[in-house]
Structure formats: structure tokens, C-alpha cells
Design a protein around this ligand. Structure first.
Ligand code: MN
Ligand code: MN
Length: 299
């Protein structure tokens, strides 16, 4: 492998290592009665203290929410007996770590949590240079179904590229007809989602967005929108939280940029049948004879 690629992979590894440390510390804070906003801020601040940057706002999705939930600036929500998905992103020089874990505060959904974890582990076992994303989707689907749960068909893993947290290829959670062959040094995030018997196995958008990203900058007239656009350019196209932004006339400035096709928003994705949802995710570098998980805790 070229020296340049090795340097890039080292940034992926460093981002992954920081993520794993922060994730482990954050899981300890996911307790009934604790503030959801405090956990999100703890995650984002810890990432910065350890020398990386958040690649996206800390997602804390609960129960039938699958992803894209993050607290608002004055959010007073506390954890109840929830199934909590903590999805964390870090980056160093734009090279991203993306990992999620499910914490079961209900105490009676261990099987659901284990279903997505097992699916991720089985996928990791088969990933190597030459594997097809079809095979990965198949092993994830089979592992979840064997345990009596349903995979969520319209949520997928993805490639990771510099300052791009959702690059090709799609890494499906069910057996697709078409796929691509993974090659050495490809960096991907694998993220099985499982739901229970009540679930439809599909998510739909639900509620307001707290997460946005820049599509492309264009000239804007409104002064607040102009200022806001300048502010968000620093995220280099990566998703950011509304609560990270200056508050002055924020709603109208955000709406102006969104309506102008400059920003996209990420509404919460919720299980269509109101089933409970679990998620497990790691970032993975494909190697000649296997793979390297960058976001695994090294002990
Ligand atoms: Mn993620
Ligand atoms: Mn991801």
C-alpha cells in the first residue's frame, strides 16, 4: 500500500480510537433520570478535548426512533426506561469514525439489542477484499431473522470518504439484488438496525429536524442567512446541530437557507409500525484477508 494511503488510514484509526473511548464513557451516563442534552454535550465536548471533531451531532434516538434525534438547545428530556441508540461521529482532517451502540434501560429488550450486535459481528467476520455488499446484507438479514426480529430495510450502512459521512457504496441490511465488490482500503460503516414483532421493518420521517448539512453555498440576500451560511461553512459539508448555531433569528435564517436549496435537514426517522429499534455500528477498513474495525475499544 502507498504511503499516502497509510497516512489517511492512520487518521481514520485515530478518529476511531477517540470515538471508542468517548462511547465507553458516554454509555455510563445513559441512565434513567439523566439529561439527554447533557449526554450529547458530553460526547461532543469529549471528542474535542481528545483532539478530534464531531463528524455529526451526537444522535440519541430512543425507543421507536431509529436515528437523527438530537436534543434541542433547551431540551429538558431525561432518559426513562428507554431503548437508547447512541450514534457518535468523530473526524480527524475529515477522516471519519462512525459508531453506534444500543443501551437498554427497559431491562427487557436484551434480545432485540443482541440481534443487531450479532448481525454486525457476523458481517465483520465475512468482510475482506472481494466480498460483495450483497453478501453483507444477506448475513445481516439472516442473523436478525434467525433471532426472531426484523431488519429495517430502508436504513443502510455506507462508505466513508473525506468530509463525507454518507459516501457510496450502500451497505444494505437485507439481501439486495445488486451490490458492489469491496476492495482493500475501502472504508465503510456497517450498521444493522433491528425491530420487534410490532415493527414494520421500515422507518418514516417524523417531527422537526435538529440536524442539518450544507448542500452547496449560493449567494443569499437576507443578512442573517448570509451570516449563518458563513458560520456553517466551517463544518465542510458534514452535518451539524441547530443547537451549535448562534440563536439570533435562527429559525428564519435556517428556513431561508433550506428553501433556497442550500441546506438539507434530517428529520427524526421513526419505525413505521412503532416497533422498538436497536442499532449497532462500527467503522471498518477492508484489508486483503479481512478487515480492521477502527471504532473498537482497544483494551
Ligand atoms: Mn452512525
Ligand atoms: Mn453510519
Amino acid at each position: 500500500m502507498g504511503e499516502e494511503i497509510e497516512l489517511i488510514l492512520d487518521d481514520y484509526r485515530a478518529a476511531g480510537r477517540i470515538l471508542a473511548e468517548v462511547r465507553e464513557e458516554a454509555v455510563e451516563k445513559v441512565k434513567e433520570g439523566n439529561s439527554v442534552l447533557e449526554v450529547a454535550e458530553f460526547v461532543e465536548n469529549s471528542i474535542r478535548e481528545k483532539g478530534a471533531e464531531p463528524a455529526f451531532p451526537c444522535n440519541i434516538s430512543r425507543n421507536e426512533e431509529a436515528e437523527h434525534a438530537t436534543p434541542s438547545i433547551d431540551d429538558e428530556t431525561v432518559f426513562g426506561k428507554d431503548i437508547v441508540k447512541l450514534d457518535i461521529g468523530t473526524h480527524i482532517n475529515g477522516y471519519i469514525g462512525d459508531s453506534a451502540v444500543t443501551v437498554d434501560l427497559s431491562g427487557n429488550n436484551e434480545g432485540l439489542v443482541k440481534a443487531s450486535e450479532a448481525a454486525l459481528n457476523e458481517a465483520i467476520k465475512i468482510i475482506r477484499d472481494g466480498v460483495s455488499t450483497i453478501e453483507i446484507g444477506e448475513v445481516i438479514e439472516n442473523t436478525i431473522r434467525e433471532r426472531g426480529y426484523k431488519p429495517i430495510v430502508n436504513l443502510t450502512g455506507h462508505g466513508l470518504m473525506r468530509y463525507n459521512s454518507h459516501a457510496p457504496p450502500v451497505v444494505p441490511n437485507v439481501k439486495y439484488e445488486h451490490g458492489i465488490i469491496l476492495r482493500e482500503s475501502n472504508v465503510i460503516a456497517v450498521e444493522p438496525f433491528a425491530t420487534d414483532a410490532q415493527g414494520a421493518g421500515k422507518v418514516v420521517e417524523h417531527g422537526n429536524a435538529e440536524i442539518y448539512s450544507l448542500i452547496r453555498a449560493k449567494p443569499v440576500r437576507m443578512i442573517e442567512a448570509k451570516k449563518l451560511l458563513k458560520e456553517i461553512k466551517k463544518y465542510q459539508g458534514l452535518p451539524f446541530a441547530k443547537r451549535w448555531l448562534p440563536r439570533e433569528r435562527l429559525d428564519i435564517a435556517l428556513r431561508t437557507l433550506k428553501n433556497g436549496g442550500i441546506l438539507r435537514d434530517y428529520p427524526v426517522l421513526r419505525e413505521e409500525g412503532e416497533g422498538l429499534v436497536s442499532q449497532a455500528e462500527h467503522t471498518i477498513i477492508v484489508t486483503v484477508d479481512g478487515c480492521e474495525v477502527t471504532t473498537k475499544r482497544i483494551v
